[in-house]
Design a protein. Sequence first.
Length: 439
Amino acid sequence: MGYVKELFRSKADIQSAEIKNILEQHGNKKVSDVVLSQVYQGMRGIPGLVTETSLLDPNEGIRFRGYSIPELRERLPKADGGSEPLPEGLFYLMLIGELPNQADVEHISATWARRSHVPNHVFDVIESFPVSTHPMTQFTAAVLALQTESKFASAYSNGISKKDHWSYVYEDTMTLIARLPRVAAYIYRRKYRNGVHIQPDGMLDWSANFGHMLGYDGEGFKELMRLYLTIHADHEGGNVSAHATHLVGSALSDPYFSFAAGMTGLAGPLHGLANQEVIRWIEDMCKELDTNLPTKEQIAEYIHKTLSEGKVVPGYGHAVLRKTDPRFIAQMEFAKRHCADDPTVQTVWNVYEVTPPILEATGKIKNPWPNVDAHSGALLKHYGLVEEDFYTVLFGVSRALGVLSSLCWDRALGLPIERPKSVTTEWVRSFIGSEEPVA
């Protein structure tokens, strides 16, 4: 890998020493109080993880190593003639903690291109599934099939020092990220394009090559992929895909096992699968109203109908954010430049104007604002990628950048196996002073 790996090692050594000093001097300092509602309701808001790559502020939104999404779109290197950041640059930033220059990004691109060859047995595993199988099932199985290539697993079985764990995790991380676009594109072409596959182009950047293998060679789609794969990469460590990857990795499972665990979480309707739910909700609304561009009044009526049926408006609300997701804003700005006349895009914007006041008026919604999923489907549809079931695979390819760079840090810092304490409801009854079930 060369200088990026050595630079990461030097950064990790410095931070390991700092963390050791922090724990020696402040290890008994109280971080937060936990209440029973947090214990029962998904450990919501309990600080219990360290994730170096990004931090989510309820009011400011996501920051990657201190940089906001608008700052990243301005300051990360771009492809020749492009205006969106290259995901290779974000990966470098999350891994090293410093903004890359153009040479750094080109180095990452070239490394991933060299490592992108996928063994034939991985394709055999994909082909063993019925074509009707959900793309996320095929994608996760393919990641597990790639595990035969794990340098960490091989080295660990032969006996390696704990201080060297990070090095093999790093090598697996670089290889896995390099191969994911090829795997994902193969699944797409198999399922939706009659198995007519497109070979990779090693002269293209990571995102553009992904778009090429999917079958979309227009510059607009390549730019969308650069933006999409950047803004979906990470969202601090407590979301399901990031936490699952960290948790499984804490058992010293290799990056392939760890990432596969994260992807099974991403496939859930309350996490990554939400992006396909948004566009389907919009399409169902347009079908019911018999129009491709509903008025704001019609949208409002449909929202009330959705809520009256005990359903949610997909793409609205977030577990942490208390403002419009900056990732939504980034996509909206992209759409204004590239496809402002698209009816579905305009409907997304009209939903954005109508929905928050209605949700806020219910008095039950802490965050009535849109998240990243509220816009992405409309952009993909505009460029012809209309197969909603595949959207979460795109999300997964992007999320690899964040969760795997975090996994490198987990091993470089020697973080231990994760094992939170759990209690029973019987214990809770005793704790609150009640010997009988609480009515």
